[in-house]
Ligand binder design. Structure first.
Ligand code: ASP
Length: 341
């Protein structure tokens, strides 16, 4: 049996930072020295190579151009490696994991995003466990084939489906949650993979990498008292192609006449409006209440139980691949990468 080949892709984030001795500020360090910082990595039963962004970034600066860079690295190295671990800041990791899940069509190998709350050089760091176990998750094989064949996110003893995650805490080591989908695996004394929840990728299909994301989208979060002028301004934005409407509960919104009319006009002008709940868990169900029936009637797209992060990535992706306008609603409402139930 050959040892699996794992490629570590370092994009930036706290995980690869050290404290500047003079200023005390966190700054990125040369990631090629990772093996000297965590010698335990050498004990892992796999071959590891690293590749780093030329200038590592704080993930608050993440954008679709960097996503395309990550996708390109995976595409170029797809045949030579059995799994990929993407080291990434936690702040926007859920967006990136979602985006890559759409961009990597027919992915049949593990792409595991991870990071940490404390820098790798910190005494109490969570970076070591996150990194080491992510590599182990990416190395899991059965009958010579990778066990995980999707984009995952590993943090604090749990492997989640990447496009189901949300960052929920800025301080706790347990920084992520997947409210609407079970964990793919847990790390305890043993690595426990919940096989029934894994994405079953077609092994015979070729990887297709879609690098064009259309960023002409917006997120409109409702709140009691939201003004007509705000809604009008956002929906009237000329460049906008899609809007995520963050609604209440199971997809409800005010049914005041002005609001429905503004939405209806926008939809008839060709804007795609997606209904995603502000609730962390549960699903949009338009028609359950009177306050969502009109949304359904005017052609608002149901985001079902998708996260806002995955909805944003899916909108950019579907606009990028130029899905026909008449097919857009149906395609968005279809589960493409396990992002909705
Ligand atoms: N600000 C950092 C980032 O997202 C936080 C982290 O790495 O966890 O890049």
């Amino acid at each position: 049996m050959q040892k699996p080949n794992i490629l570590l892709i370092y994009t930036g984030g706290t995980i690869g930072m050290i404290k500047d001795a003079d200023t005390g500020a966190l700054r990125t360090f040369d990631f090629d020295s990772i093996l000297t910082r965590i010698p335990e990595i050498r004990l892992l039963d796999c071959n590891i190579e690293t590749i780093s962004f030329e200038s590592p970034i704080d993930s608050s600066n993440m954008n679709p151009t960097y996503w395309a860079d990550i996708a390109q690295i995976i595409e170029v190295n797809y045949q030579a490696f059995d799994g990929f671990v993407v080291l990434h800041g936690s702040d926007t990791m859920s967006y990136s994991a979602s985006a890559l899940s759409f961009m990597l069509e027919n992915l049949a190998k593990p792409v595991i995003f991870t990071g940490s709350q404390l820098p790798i050089g910190d005494l109490r760091t969570d970076a070591k466990e996150n990194l080491i176990t992510s590599i182990q998750m990416a190395s899991l094989q059965k009958d010579g084939l990778p066990v995980i064949r999707e984009v995952g996110l590993y943090f604090e003893y749990k492997l989640y489906r990447g496009n189901r995650t949300t960052k929920i805490n800025a301080e706790h080591f347990e920084a992520f949650e997947s409210f609407n989908y079970p964990n793919l695996a847990e790390s305890g004394v043993h690595l426990n993979v919940n096989k029934e929840y894994l994405w079953r990728a077609e092994l015979t299909h070729q990887l297709v990498v879609r690098k064009t994301m259309n960023t002409n989208i917006g997120i409109l979060k409702l709140f009691p008292g939201i003004s007509k002028s705000l809604v009008k301004t956002i929906l009237g934005c000329k460049t906008l192609k899609g809007v995520i409407l963050e609604t209440y509960g199971s997809g409800n919104a005010t049914n005041e006449k002005w609001f429905i009319e503004l939405l209806q006009n926008a939809i008839s002008r060709g804007l795609h409006v997606v209904n995603v709940s502000q609730c962390a868990g549960g699903s949009v169900n338009m028609g359950q209440y009177e306050t969502s029936s009109k949304l359904k009637a005017i052609g608002v797209i149901s985001g079902k139980d998708i996260t806002t992060e995955a909805a944003a990535a899916k909108l950019m992706y579907l606009l990028g691949v130029k899905i026909a306008h008449s097919e857009f609603k149906k395609t968005f409402e279809t589960c493409l990468r396990g992002e909705m139930t």
